[in-house]
Design a protein around this ligand. Structure first.
Ligand code: UD1
Length: 447
């Protein structure tokens, strides 16, 4: 009998239709939650698979919208992307005939720009949309482009697209970034592993997801090593082979559940949790008064001392510092701490904007400038109708609503589905009252 395995396991997608979360707050969260694979690793691993014509298999891939967007973007290039079982993806990039990453992909997901390095180094050319469109200043990709040029690429920018060519092979070189960039480092790595000669990248990002990418590339036959904390060295190879890889757990999702337990005064065990990747965050939790204990791959959190949480000052930084992606969840916790907490968001200029929405739930917040705010606590939060602006802010609004008295409606749930697998179900299993509700769809305009 023929192999009964379905060619495509049809994963039940989170609905793309507009959706809200409705949350009845005030419940103490208790139980166990399984941490999913890391979004910020999975996206780069899928892109890395285009460096070879052989099949690559990934397990522990989170079932999230961004992964589906990356898979579809690859399929549009002619890459075979199979999804044979939940959390498993197989990628085979034998023939890529269409070296064009359109605006549609970039508009849905900035991380589509990670395809620049691998497509350029393997196929010698690519046309790729600028994810920032023509909005200069916010989330630029200039450092990615500079790194490719340093490796010998010729890149022109026209009408929102980068037209990139590598005459012959890319050439190994020293890539020097003016400051740490995670995806810039990853793009440089993905280009240099097939370049001719030796490449040194400095300062290289130290995020665990970068090391996960390096681990996968080594399985593919790449000669790449982190020779110092912020230095990566690569000896380019002519070709790489297919490989299998299990995606590293998501430290940001883990941190989100730590705050959920802490802020509701609950007791939660995280399984498959990467405690060693959360040192700065766990240290911050300890200063606040949250009890966090790490096992081999578990984290136990107790919010028993919720009434005695202390204000702390926090500052985000590249890894191993406090992750900017955990700044907003931490801010929700700080609304329940005694005293004034100063927050310095050092990486991005738009990541304190969600504090305005948090105010609508009763938080007392002063925003001094795009990088600095002060949170005064403790403030009892109350239910409200709020709008999610982006992924991490969205998860944080859920945390605030879980803490609040009364019912909250959080619009823009799709932002959260981009990066969190089954977030509503995971919270329900911990005892939260959270449900997904379809938004009324505006009637189509008539001509
Ligand atoms: C990645 C993560 C994101 C995380 C961030 C910082 C992915 C898909 N996303 O984003 O979740 O919050 O790291 O940990 O992995 N910059 C430039 N020019 C560039 C590139 C970056 O000026 O070409 C600036 C950015 O605006 C920012 C800083 O560099 O101020 C750091 O950003 P970067 O580390 O590049 O973030 P991403 O890799 O985009």
């Amino acid at each position: 009998m023929a192999d009964a395995r379905p060619f495509h396991w049809e994963f039940q997608p989170e609905p793309v239709a507009p959706e809200a979360f409705r949350i009845e707050g005030g419940r103490v969260l208790e139980g166990t939650v399984q941490v999913s694979g890391a979004k910020n690793a999975a996206l780069k691993l899928l892109a890395a698979a285009t460096l070879t014509g052989e099949r690559c298999t990934f397990t522990n891939v989170p079932e999230i919208e961004d992964v589906r967007v990356m898979a579809d973007t690859l399929r549009d290039l002619g890459v075979t992307v199979d999804h044979p079982a939940p959390n498993t993806y197989e990628v085979a990039s034998g023939d890529v005939e269409w070296l064009f990453v359109p605006l549609e992909a970039a508009a849905k997901m900035r991380a589509s720009f990670i395809l620049l390095g691998p497509l350029l180094s393997r196929f010698g050319r690519v046309i790729i949309s600028n994810p920032g469109g023509d909005r200069i200043g916010r989330r630029p990709v200039n450092l990615h482009v500079d790194a490719m040029r340093a490796l010998g690429a010729e890149i022109e920018y026209r009408n929102g697209y980068y037209f990139a060519k590598a005459p012959g092979r890319l050439r190994g070189t020293t890539v020097t970034f003016p400051f740490v960039t995670v995806m810039g480092t990853e793009n440089a790595i993905l280009a240099a592993v097939l370049a001719d000669g030796h490449t040194v990248i400095r300062p290289a990002a130290q995020e665990p997801e970068v090391d996960d990418l390096i681990a996968f590339l080594r399985k593919m036959g790449a000669e790449i090593e982190r020779t110092g904390p912020d230095t990566i060295e690569i000896e380019g190879r002519k070709r790489l082979r297919g490989a299998d890889h299990r995606v590293v757990p998501d430290r940001i999702e883990a941190g989100t559940f730590v705050v959920a337990a802490a802020v509701t005064g609950g007791r939660v065990t995280l399984e498959g949790a990467p405690c060693e990747h959360l040192a700065a965050f766990v240290e911050t939790m300890g200063r606040v008064g949250v009890s966090v204990s790490c096992g081999v791959d578990t984290i136990e959190v107790s919010g028993a001392d919720r009434d005695a949480y202390r204000a702390v000052d926090i500052e985000t930084a590249p890894y191993p510092g406090l992750a900017t992606d955990l700044q907003s969840p931490t801010c929700v916790l700080l609304t329940q701490a005694h005293g004034a907490s100063r927050v310095h968001e050092a990486i991005f200029e738009d990541r304190l904007e969600f504090l305005g929405e948090l105010r609508r739930m009763g938080a007392r917040v002063d925003i001094a400038d795009p990088h600095h705010a002060t949170i005064h606590g403790p403030s009892p939060l109350h239910g409200a109708e709020v709008e999610i602006g982006d992924l991490r802010a969205g998860a944080s609004m859920i945390l605030a609503a879980l803490t609040a008295e009364g019912t909250s409606t959080i619009h823009g749930a799709h932002h959260v589905h981009r990066g969190y697998e089954n977030i509503a179900r995971k919270f329900q299993e911990l005892g939260a009252r959270i449900e997904r509700a379809a938004e009324p769809v505006a009637p189509a305009a008539t001509a």
